[in-house]
Design a protein around this ligand. Structure first.
Ligand SMILES: CC(C)(COP(=O)(O)OP(=O)(O)OC[C@H]1O[C@@H](n2cnc3c(N)ncnc32)[C@H](O)[C@@H]1OP(=O)(O)O)[C@@H](O)C(=O)NCCC(=O)NCCS
Length: 183
């Protein structure tokens, strides 16, 4: 189990960032359902999310057994307010690279919670000595997220045409990436 980070937010509340454990499974599922209903910048709608408690527990256990995968939760008090999920490749030729998804509950946007989750990921990746490339996909109109990624050093590496279909129209995505060198 990795480090737990405590951060004082600009509004005075204490944010905790830590790796998810199996006890978080139920809360995490409820969190993902909620965020799916709050934004269409993620890939699925709440009614399309069918992960069971058993599947979620199995996933958390599987991630904990690997050194190139990470599930983070951001908590304020008892509530999960943000989540980051990084999945590295399975085989020796791709294990150094992986892709992540990131979200923060809408009520908590703009408090730097996304930035702190991402910083944790980058620090962790450096410490693994194994993860050398972090990738992500983001809708080209998701300015808030793109700005956050660019501030932390991610660069746009390409455009994926028609990656999203929302409200009757296609939307492109950027592929963004960060090369990681060990500490
Ligand atoms: C993207 C997301 C994770 C950002 O989380 P967050 O905690 O609000 O992010 P932060 O507060 O750390 O940083 C957001 C940055 O965007 C800026 N920002 C705020 N509103 C903005 C807007 N309307 N347009 C552009 N940038 C904006 C903030 O000022 C901040 O940059 P700054 O520190 O340079 O000022 C969050 O908005 C979210 O969950 N969105 C829905 C899901 C999603 O889009 N996930 C990413 C999919 S790839």
């Amino acid at each position: 189990m990795g480090e737990m980070k405590k951060i004082l937010l600009q509004d005075g509340r204490c944010l905790v960032i830590r790796e998810a454990c199996v006890q978080d499974a139920e809360k995490l599922l409820a969190y993902v359902k909620k965020i799916a209903g709050e934004t269409d910048y993620i890939t699925f709608a709440p009614e399309e999310f069918h992960v069971t408690l058993e599947q979620e527990i199995a996933k958390i256990e599987e991630y904990a057994q690997t050194d190139n995968q990470l599930i983070l939760v951001a908590e304020i008090g008892e509530e999960i307010v943000g989540n980051l999920d990084f999945r590295g490749g399975k085989y020796s030729r791709t294990a150094h690279a992986g892709e992540f998804g990131l979200s923060v509950l809408k009520d908590y946007w703009g408090l730097s919670i996304g930035k702190h989750l991402l910083r944790y990921l980058i620090d962790w990746a450096k410490k693994t000595g194994k993860v050398r490339k972090i990738n992500l996909r983001v809708r080209v109109d998701n300015e808030r997220a793109i700005r956050l990624y660019q501030r932390l050093g991610f660069v746009i590496e390409g455009t994926l045409k028609r990656e999203f279909y929302v409200g009757g129209r296609f939307i492109d995505s950027y592929l963004m990436g960060l090369c990681v060198d060990p500490k």
